[in-house]
Design a protein around this ligand. Structure first.
Ligand SMILES: [Fe+2]
Ligand SMILES: [Fe+2]
Length: 478
């Protein structure tokens, strides 16, 4: 651009110089023409003016002409210089503008570059952000999965707690196992389940409870150890898993209805508590089952709980049987004592037994609860047990008792209290032996209670004891 400007400037200068030369030539021509035109005038002028004056005039004129030319030339050069000056200024201006344009271009280029860089960075940042968003989404998904896992685990803990509560709340084994099997189906996501218990006497696995079956397919299951899949799980004490029952021709021959159930997946888990095999829990699903480690752990935990429930129920059953036998032994003993007391007191044969039966009949009519009736029964049978502390000389005296003897005789309720209150099992039966000689009007003994101060059991018994006392009895009701 600078070269181009320089070239244009040179071009202008040359053009101005040519014009000046041309102007000089024109002026000379004009002057020459004027001279030529006025030669005649000058010639005629010589007639009037001496030659020297003419020459002088010519010289003056020539000088004038030269001066004019010089002036014109000067003016031209001045104009040219001015022009050059303006041209320089224009050049400078142009250069400035050119510089500005160049700078602007550079700025634009920088701007473009910056724009490109910015665009690149924006793109790069966008990619980074996308990656960050993807990572965050993945983290959110992971967190959601973790939350779902936690929720699942919490739910399973609740289930285990619920099963434990059911086990603790009820010792009815069937109820507990029904509750457990419902939870197993819900929490492990299987279609059906069944529990077989091992009968220790016969070593046979018997069906106990099931849920989710369309038919009675496995309701009559009785398996020997090692027989079928459940028997195998029990015998080998390990989980038996069959991913696709359709591929297995054996295992459920025990039920013709089983095929119609359409089960695909199967698990059999032995129920073992304190090292003892108690049964097997079987799980069935009508689709392939994806069982991860966590699922299997939960299955094992449930199986442990089921085993504990069975163990508790068996222990409770044994305890109940022992308790029943113990109660029977106690009651037989009490009846024996009662009979012995009757005999010692020379009561009519079976007196205590009869008053007891009538007392219980009336107590039932009063609506007294069964749990209290058993204590009333024992109390009635032992109502005169305190007489064990009365000497035979008084108890068996044929005639009337003296005052002192009577005082001793009237102590027998207190002897009863002293004897029975030391025996936990008989302490709740104390009301009849201790209060059976109290009277409604407060004239009885040992405490002189009256009306409803006297325990109801003692009131009922006292009425019965007097009512059925043999007419020949010579003393007050025993
Ligand atoms: Fe008595
Ligand atoms: Fe009696």
């Amino acid at each position: 651009m600078a070269i181009e400007l320089e070239y244009n400037k040179e071009h202008v200068i040359n053009a101005v110089k040519q014009n000046i030369r041309f102007l000089n030539l024109v002026i000379i021509l004009i002057i020459s023409t004027l001279i030529l035109v006025n030669t005649k005038f000058l010639t005629s002028l010589l007639d009037y003016i001496p030659i020297n004056s003419v020459i002088t005039l010519l010289i003056v004129l020539s000088g004038l002409m030269v001066g004019i030319i010089f002036m014109i030339k000067k003016i031209s050069y001045t104009a040219m210089n001015k022009l050059m000056e303006y041209s320089d200024k224009i050049d400078a201006l142009l250069i400035t503008k050119q510089t500005e344009i160049t700078e602007r271009k550079i700025a634009e280029e920088r701007l473009m570059k910056a724009h490109d860089e910015l665009e690149y960075r924006v793109e790069e940042r966008t990619v980074e952000l996308s990656k960050t968003v993807e990572i965050m989404e993945e983290q959110i998904s992971e967190r959601k999965r973790a939350e779902e896992t936690i929720q699942l685990q919490l739910s399973r803990i609740n289930v285990l707690h619920s099963i434990e509560t059911a086990i603790n709340a009820s010792l009815d084994l069937n109820f507990t196992l029904e509750h457990l099997i419902s939870q197993v189906i819900n929490q492990l996501g299987v279609d059906a389940a069944t529990i077989l218990l091992l009968r220790q006497e016969t070593l046979i696995l018997d069906y106990v409870v099931s849920k989710g079956f369309r038919s009675n397919a496995l309701k009559y299951t009785r398996l020997k150890l090692g027989e079928s899949n459940a028997g195998q799980a029990a015998k080998e004490r390990r989980i038996v898993s069959i991913p696709d029952l359709r591929q297995q021709s054996e295992g459920f021959e025990r039920s013709k209805l089983f095929v119609n159930e359409g089960f695909v997946s199967y698990f059999a888990v032995p129920l073992i508590a304190k090292g003892q095999l108690l049964g097997v829990i079987e799980l069935f699903h009508r689709k392939p089952l994806s069982s991860d480690l966590e699922w299997l752990d939960f299955l094992k935990t449930i199986a442990n709980q089921a085993a504990n429930a069975v163990d508790n129920a068996i222990l409770f059953d044994r305890l109940q049987q022992i308790n029943f036998k113990l109660m029977l032994a106690y009651d037989t003993t009490i009846e024996g004592w009662s009979h012995a007391l009757d005999m010692r007191d020379r009561e009519t044969e079976g007196h205590s037994q009869r008053v007891t039966e009538m007392t219980i009949t009336i107590a039932k009519a009063f609506g007294i609860e069964d749990s209290k009736l058993v204590h009333m029964q024992r109390g009635a049978l032992l109502h005169d047990i305190g007489k064990m502390g009365v000497p035979d000389s008084i108890l068996l005296k044929p005639g009337p008792l003296t005052y002192d003897e009577w005082i001793i005789m009237k102590r027998h309720p207190e002897y009863a209290l002293s004897m029975l209150s030391k025996i936990d099992y008989l302490e709740p039966a104390i009301d009849i032996p201790y209060y059976h000689h109290e009277k409604w009007d407060g004239t009885g003994y040992p405490k002189g209670l009256k009306c409803k101060e006297i325990p109801l059991a003692a009131r009922i018994f006292a009425v019965v004891d007097v009512w059925i006392r043999p007419a020949l009895s010579f003393r007050v009701a025993g």
